[in-house]
Write a protein that binds this ligand. Structure first.
Ligand code: NAD
Ligand code: MG
Length: 383
């Protein structure tokens, strides 16, 4: 039996994690959850699973929740997320599942590492902004970090018993997102609702926009470098519209291994939660004939400059990755609220990166400070 501490229970990954917990009640026990803006959904989940601790957005939501569930411990805000990540410190049979969106996921990850709690990570922004801190902590603490992101979960499955030195390159596939059929010129006046229509995956709003700009793939390249300890020159991306091959690994002997499945996040989440075992999922059997219709296309960095920004931010290193992420979070938020156009997302990120003076190895506090400064500057401009 594993005890589950779930950050971001009300989100897309959070909900799919809850589906698995519900189906495997004998294997998993939900001890704590967090939510943010969707209070009603959090109440519903709390009622269904009766966890010991619930973390909400602020003290007003805390008051409301305490009234509804007087015996449950309720915390809020940044401190609340830390409390949840380290709740029952001594609990050895535990997983922290980080399904938060954005850099808010970094600090609770670090807190969990420091008590040597194993982590199942969906929150890729943790590694984008704080990969250097996590890598350092890997040398000091004993913990496991299992990827939930589908491409990385696939890579983990493919490389499980391989030596890193035998790997020639990783190939991460990208669907191309909602606007993959459009030219740059046609991107000028696209709408928010069209941007949110991802052709293959149903995901939270932010990652759906990140997929349309290809920033998501940029983040995933950085995520792969930290997870698998590989140089960025060994991580390639390719457009694969059908989202059936989730990643490939090319070895020095000329072999290429690929991971194939329907695009459904229940699978990587279930694999990570049940590792090293595999459990039957509801996912329908994969008809091999589907592979007669798959396609691969070379990635076009001119069509998708955000991927290039991410690669450059990783190569420059240090605080540039915080700037990349902070500018992206603010720009995507402004686009979603109708304040800027789709292509302004790129302009905002490029400008923020151009103006930034790099700090080599930013601490957690420096990352938080820089993140707010960058976001404030951008929001001020478009208020
Ligand atoms: P989502 O927007 O659906 O859910 C995000 C969760 O984080 C929600 O529970 C929300 O309440 C919480 N949250 C948001 N802002 C917060 C804040 N400031 N403080 C505390 N909590 C906050 O997002 P998602 O699609 O589930 O994605 C979660 C993470 O997983 C992201 O990093 C995303 O890139 C990654 N991921 C998602 C998918 C997917 O299919 N959805 C696939 C691969 C990776
Ligand atoms: Mg992914």
């Amino acid at each position: 039996m594993k005890n589950i501490y779930l950050l971001g229970a009300t989100g897309s990954i959070g909900e799919q994690t809850l589906d698995i917990i519900e189906k495997q009640r004998d294997d998993f026990k939900l001890i704590g959850i967090s939510g943010y803006s969707n209070f009603d959904k959090l109440v519903e989940i709390t009622r269904k699973f009766l966890p010991e601790i619930v973390v909400v957005k602020d003290k007003f939501d805390k008051e409301k929740l305490v009234k509804l569930f007087p015996t449950i411990k309720v915390e809020f805000g940044r401190q609340g997320l830390k409390t949840l990540a380290t709740y029952h410190k001594e609990d050895q049979d535990a997983y922290l599942i980080n399904a938060l969106v954005g850099m808010v996921g970094l600090e609770p990850t670090i807190e969990a590492i420091k008590i040597e709690r194993d982590i199942l990570l969906a929150n890729k922004e943790t590694l984008v902004v704080g990969g250097h801190l996590v890598s350092l902590l890997k040398k000091q603490y004993q913990f496991k970090l299992y990827p939930i992101d589908s491409e990385h979960n696939a890579l983990w499955q493919l490389m499980n018993h391989e030596n890193t030195k035998d790997i020639k390159r990783l190939i991460i596939t990208a669907s191309g997102g909602s606007f993959r059929g459009l030219s740059r010129d046609e991107l000028k006046n696209v709408s928010v609702s069209d941007a949110l229509k991802h052709p293959n995956w149903s995901m939270g709003n932010k990652i759906t926009i990140d997929s349309a700009t290809m920033m998501n793939k940029g983040f995933e390249v950085i995520e792969a470098c930290y997870l698998f300890d590989l140089d960025i020159d060994k991580v390639d991306t390719v457009i694969h519209k059908e989202s059936m091959v989730h990643s490939l690994v090319e070895f020095n002997d000329g072999s290429i291994l690929a991971h194939v499945s329907h695009p459904d996040m229940h699978l990587p989440i279930s694999y990570a939660m049940n590792y090293p075992n595999r459990k039957v999922t509801h996912i329908k059997p994969f008809d091999l004939m589907l592979l007669n219709n798959v396609s691969f296309q070379t990635m076009d960095l001119e069509r998708y400059p955000c991927l290039n920004f991410a690669i450059n931010a990783f190569k420059i290193g240090g605080s540039m990755r915080t700037v990349l992420n902070a500018a992206n979070e603010a720009a995507v938020d402004l686009f979603l609220s109708g304040k800027i156009k789709f292509l302004d997302i790129e302009t905002i990120i490029e400008e923020a990166m151009r103006k930034h003076q790099v700090i080599d190895f930013p601490s957690l506090e420096e990352i938080y400070e820089l993140d707010s400064t960058i976001k404030e500057e951008i929001y001020k401009k478009f208020r």
